[in-house]
Design a protein around this ligand. Structure first.
Ligand code: ADP
Ligand code: MG
Length: 591
């Protein structure tokens, strides 16, 4: 179909305006155009996080010289001509808005050669103004360079995050398309360095290996359940993590409909629900779900960035996804081994209770009830004040803790201690975080002590995390990791923060990298601080861990020695104080 300006009635039916928000949104539109043009090779290049340059080049069928100026106009598209076409869209684009919107906020150069033409065309724009058009020698396909994004809309420039963050979003996007289109060879270049390349051989598992790294890819369960009798015409396939492999949030559930990445709360829930009790509480699977349905069964024209779709029969899709995932999990693992692994499970409680009884610390109340009772009805929320802010805590000088005597542990979460000023409740996790934090950073901000590993280990963690680790290499070193790049997606780890003890270094590095992705707008010292806090959080003893009296004593002793014992590195209180006076008042001993 030639490129043509959509008739007003069709244009009006199209979900409102394309917004170019950040470099990744530019890359998304350009890559979709390349895929729609039948490309088998797509190269995505960025400089300075995409601020300076975004270039997407493909070997697709190109644009006719005469049509090139039309392509950058609003509502100009070759993918749609009538309202009826909107009912069965099989291309990724259809609005004819993207190129116009991108050109309007950048300095764009389009070089293209239509597959049957001998020469190519170069079109240069500054904002929406065409600066020039001329014939050039060019390979078949299209290359669009977007320079100085937002040069003419400084307000939007301000909303961009650090180059590393923007590059991260671009990389996430490219890896998603690479997974959706395994037959296309994607190459991503970041500041001249190849940061990702997919094999382009049509093997999705091979792309998975590149994106997630061998460790995770090896564990993922592949599945394909298509066109069964209950859900004819619906094909569900993909990869899901086994119950033992999980993440702290649901963003690792990725959904694709007819190879378009979409967000859908219901379907994400269908995936999570398929795991039922197989995952620990508040943990989520890694999943890549590809749904293939006839285009008329899905409306993609509901959201400006096409990230949400509407299904004609949503419940059918829901069930198909849930069943597909569940069957995969059941088939892949012996049922007996699929015990609930929740740290709060009844078996855990029973065992913990038993240990408490043996230690002579249990008075028969459920640990949880005991804690709540003490806090709520006996003292009242208002009377439980943080040490140091308590007017009654007269024996405490700011910053310093009095010598405390441990009395016991409640709910495997809090330590009870007695001191000269009355009763103290210590949050064991928060307290330990504080202790580790000061061990790692040191009160005098000396460099973090590193403990060398006996043997350096090679850690291969996949493109997504590898990007985060390389962007933060310096901060990680400051935080005690002796780490260097080792090939494209691997790192050589020679040493770890000395406070790390016997933790699995690979897992720690992964978790730290993941959390960095979540706190991605931090810079410089903030970032190093944030890293150390992440490490502390990960290493600190958890709520739910039963401590012997000796361990309690040691924890309190170490907390007393910190220079800032009253808050954890995240600013939460480590310790609550109930003064003798408060207790007396509550018990009605004082008039
Ligand atoms: P849409 O993709 O919604 O049609 P765009 O503004 O993204 O709108 O692109 C406008 C038109 O330019 C497309 O319909 C297509 O004909 C042409 N075009 C854009 N990029 C490419 C490309 N990489 N290869 C071939 N044609 C392209
Ligand atoms: Mg498009």
């Amino acid at each position: 179909m030639p490129i043509q300006i959509l008739a007003a009635d069709v244009a009006d039916k199209i979900a409102a305006g394309e917004v170019v928000e950040r470099p990744a949104s530019v890359v998304k539109e350009l890559v979709e155009n390349s895929l729609d043009a039948g490309a088998t090779e797509i190269q995505v290049e960025i400089r300075d996080g995409g601020r300076r340059l975004i270039r997407v080049s493909d070997n697709g069928f190109g644009i006719l010289a005469a049509e090139a100026p039309l392509a950058v106009q609003r509502h100009a598209t070759s993918k749609l001509s009538s309202t009826a076409d909107l009912d069965h869209i099989s291309t990724l684009g259809f609005r004819g808005e993207a190129l116009a919107a991108i050109a309007a906020v950048s300095k764009t150069t389009l070089v293209t050669r239509f597959h049957t033409d001998a020469t190519g065309t170069e079109l240069r724009l500054e904002g929406s103004d065409i600066l020039g058009i001329k014939p050039v020698g060019a390979p078949m396909g299209t290359s669009i360079s977007v320079e100085q994004l937002f040069w003419n809309v400084p307000a939007r420039l301000k909303f961009l995050k650090t180059d590393a963050t923007e590059a991260g979003h671009v990389s996430q996007l490219v890896t998603r398309y690479a997974l959706a289109y395994p037959e296309v060879r994607f190459t991503a270049l970041n500041d001249g360095r190849i940061s990702f390349q997919s094999p382009g051989k049509g093997d999705r598992a091979a792309v998975l290996l590149k994106v997630f790294g061998a460790d995770i890819a090896r564990q993922m369960l592949a599945f394909e359940s298509s066109n069964d009798q209950v859900t004819p015409n619906i094909g569900i396939s993909g990869f899901v993590s086994p119950p033992a492999l999980h993440r702290a949030n649901r963003t690792y559930v990725e959904l694709f409909v007819n190879r378009r990445y979409i967000q859908d709360r219901n379907l994400t829930f269908a995936v999570i629900q398929a795991y039922h009790t197989l995952l620990p509480e508040k943990r989520f699977p890694i999943a890549l779900i590809f749904i293939d349905i006839p285009p008329k069964e899905v409306d993609v024209n509901v959201h400006p960035s096409k990230a949400e779709v509407r299904f004609r029969q949503p419940s059918l899709i829901f069930r198909a996804v849930q069943r597909g995932v569940h069957r995969t999990l059941v088939d892949s693992a012996p049922i007996a081994s699929l015990q609930p692994a929740s740290p709060m499970s009844t078996t855990d409680w029973a065992e913990r209770r038993q240990r408490l009884l043996q230690a002579g610390q249990d008075d028969g109340a459920e640990p949880g009830q005991l804690a709540m009772g003490l806090y709520r009805s006996s003292l009242g929320d208002d009377d439980a004040s943080q040490v140091g802010q308590s007017p009654a805590g007269t024996s405490d000088e700011a910053g310093v803790l009095p010598a405390l005597r441990p009395v016991g542990q409640i709910a495997a979460m809090y330590l009870v201690a007695e001191g000269p000023g009355g009763l103290y409740l210590i949050d064991q996790h928060a307290a330990h975080e504080r202790i580790l934090y000061e061990q790692i950073v040191g009160a005098d901000k000396e460099p973090v002590a590193t403990q060398a590993l006996l043997e350096p280990i090679v850690i291969e963690i996949g493109t997504r995390l590898a990007g985060l680790v390389s962007d933060n290499l310096e901060s990680l070193r400051q935080s005690g990791f002796d780490l260097e790049a080792f090939g494209s997606d691997s790192f050589l780890l020679r040493g770890v923060p000395a406070a790390m003890g016997r933790q699995d270094p690979r897992r720690l590095l992964e978790e730290v990298a993941e959390s960095m992705g979540e706190n991605d707008d931090l810079v410089g010292v903030d970032r190093e601080e944030a890293l150390v806090r992440i490490i502390c959080k990960r290493l600190a003893i958890k709520a739910g861990q039963v401590l012997s009296l000796a361990e309690q004593r040691e924890l309190i002793r170490q907390l007393e020695q910190t220079s800032n014992p009253r808050t954890c590195p995240h600013g939460r209180p480590t310790i609550l104080h109930f003064s003798a006076a408060q207790l007396e008042r509550q018990f009605g001993r004082v008039q």
